[in-house]
Ligand binder design. Structure first.
Ligand SMILES: CC(C)(COP(=O)(O)OP(=O)(O)OC[C@H]1O[C@@H](n2cnc3c(N)ncnc32)[C@H](O)[C@@H]1OP(=O)(O)O)[C@@H](O)C(=O)NCCC(=O)NCCS
Length: 234
């Protein structure tokens, strides 16, 4: 605990080496202490955040996005392959601040969760995923995700999103998670189908992109436990 309480005054490297030291001393496994140290450290970097759910999988650390990640976010959201099917893209680092503010406000206003998808050691930033537009009254949220193209095809998206959807249903108690996918984005549709989403239909002329009306495909996944709970309370 001493190492964690001191996080605000220590550099990241020092903090990590103290965590390693105490973990070894008390025989704590890395997969357990890494959650505590990173989440606490990241909370301290973003004022107003009282808690943040750091998630882990076999190969990934899903941690809070912080201001220092702006260059990664800019690289992703200015990459033509990443943004090909997005409504959002940025041409400058400065303009990307809008996206950083969107992530930060989501956490501060508790309207969703957004994670940086990183390697387990937090050394490599792979991409971002979100559960956004959280509607607590109706227990629903939307999802979005992207990875840098050099990390496509390794199963990272599937691994991250399975964990995130599990978190959404069990911890956020969502009843429904939906996703809107532009026509012709088979990689995104594949992630959704493989994580148990169903195709619900086409939202016609839903957005205007490059001066043309485009359709979006609507996918959604239900939480069977909460559906039953809502029916009992009706
Ligand atoms: C969507 C995205 C995150 C998927 O990343 P990824 O690295 O290909 O995902 P994974 O490696 O976890 O692949 C998951 C499955 O989807 C399948 N898949 C991936 N790309 C596919 C494609 N173009 N067509 C069909 N299936 C595809 C994979 O074969 C894999 O299935 P498998 O487990 O049976 O082999 C990535 O393509 C991306 O960042 N795209 C740009 C951003 C974007 O469009 N986001 C979605 C907006 S709605």
């Amino acid at each position: 605990m001493e190492a964690i309480d001191a996080a605000g005054d220590l550099g990241i490297e020092k903090l990590q080496s103290q965590c390693d030291h105490y973990a070894q001393l008390f025989g704590i496994k890395q997969e357990h202490y890494i959650d505590i140290s990173y989440s606490d450290m990241l909370m301290k970097q973003q004022k107003g955040t009282t808690s943040f759910p750091v998630l882990t999988t076999d190969r990934l650390l899903l941690r809070q996005i912080v201001q220092e990640d702006i260059e990664h976010v800019f690289r992703g959201l200015s990459h033509p392959e990443v943004t090909k099917y997005f409504a959002v893209s940025f041409h400058t680092l400065e303009a990307t601040q809008e996206q950083m503010d969107w992530y930060a406000n989501m956490i501060l206003q508790d309207t969703g969760r957004c994670w940086a998808i990183c390697s387990r050691d937090n050394e490599t930033f792979y991409g971002v995923c979100t559960l956004n537009f959280w509607d607590k009254t109706h227990r629903k949220a939307e999802t979005g995700y992207w990875l840098f193209p050099e990390f496509w095809g390794k199963g990272f998206a599937l691994e991250a999103m399975n964990r995130v959807f599990d978190y959404g249903f069990n911890e956020m108690q969502l009843n429904r998670i939906s996703a809107e996918v532009e026509d012709g984005n088979p990689a995104s549709a594949a992630i959704l189908i493989k994580t148990g989403f169903e195709y619900e239909g086409k939202l016609k002329n839903c957005e205007i992109k490059d001066g043309k009306c485009i359709n979006l495909q609507l996918y959604a996944k239900m939480n069977p436990n909460l559906v039953a709970d809502a029916e009992r309370n009706a």
